[in-house]
Design a protein around this ligand. Structure first.
Ligand SMILES: Nc1ncnc2c1ncn2[C@@H]1O[C@H](COP(=O)(O)OP(=O)(O)OP(=O)(O)O)[C@@H](O)[C@H]1O
Length: 251
């Protein structure tokens, strides 16, 4: 089975007035193709920092990061974006607000191409975009010509997910992507996430504070504390975990 993500002895130290602070401490993690891992941890445990280190928005102090066999340790975030798609908690962050749903999908499907080409594609690909948007089940297919700033948070997050997965990423990072949504919409977005991950056999990490989602989704679960991975449950041990087992980490 091929390795999609390999973190070796990753360390992130930050110089502060009070001295050096360690945000990630000797993190080692290997994800095989198709691993979808839920990530738990208290506030400040280092979950987003881990994503920032992988995405390259926060430089690492030591260690190595490989994605799909490429050593990306020294690559800037723009170069790493070729391999990584990330969906954030804030629905506003994943889409261009003044552009329509169709234009956003065109952008996502032609990342790296010339701008002119992207907009020609909107009309050509319209039916394909409509079919894709219909997958979300939340009316996005009826809103292809709406600016994304006019969408609901759930529609916008669904669009962010479609965009993130349109050009099958080597690695999908979901950073509490349902946290800003109401419970019903959150569950709908989780169901869409699971569908997309299964269809495309994506490899990814998903940060969540929802114990039930952490248990229900993915084939593996890790717990971060104080910048370290303190637990790593494979599919079998995850299946035996209870909500209380997880809550115990937050005492
Ligand atoms: N660029 C930075 N400079 C200094 N400190 C930082 C930086 N980024 C993160 N931190 C600190 O590192 C710690 C871990 O933050 P991080 O956002 O990774 O936590 P988290 O596990 O994602 O928490 P939450 O669940 O609240 O989102 C926090 O104490 C945070 O203040």
């Amino acid at each position: 089975m091929s390795v999609q993500l390999k973190l070796t002895d990753v360390q992130v130290n930050i110089a502060q007035e009070q001295g050096v602070r360690t945000l990630l401490d000797d993190v080692n993690l290997v994800l095989n193709q198709g691993d979808f891992v839920t990530v738990l941890g208290t506030n400040g445990a280092g979950k987003s920092t881990l994503f920032n280190a992988i995405a390259g928005t926060l430089p690492i102090t030591a260690g190595q990061i490989e994605i799909a066999g490429h050593d990306v340790t020294k690559l800037n975030p723009e170069k790493r974006a070729k391999y990584i798609a990330r969906v954030f908690q804030d629905p506003k962050l994943g889409t261009a607000p003044r552009m329509t749903v169709a234009e956003n999908l065109a952008l996502a499907s032609h990342r790296g191409d010339r701008l002119k080409l992207k907009f020609q594609q909107v009309s050509k690909q319209r039916e394909a975009y409509r079919t894709l948007a219909a997958k979300t089940g939340n009316g996005l297919d009826q809103a292809l010509d709406k600016a994304t700033e006019q969408l609901s948070g759930g529609q916008r997050q669904a669009l962010s997910l479609l965009m993130a997965s349109l050009k099958r990423p080597e690695l999908l990072l979901l950073d509490e992507h349902t946290a800003a949504l109401d419970p019903h919409t959150s569950q709908a977005i989780m169901a869409l996430t699971a569908q997309i991950v299964a269809e495309q056999q994506l490899t990814g990490l998903m940060i969540t504070h929802q114990m039930d989602d952490a248990l229900q989704y993915g084939n593996r679960l890790i717990v971060l504390d104080n910048g370290r991975i303190i637990a790593d449950y494979d599919a079998d041990s995850k299946a035996k975990l209870t909500r209380q087992d997880l809550l115990d980490y937050f005492d």
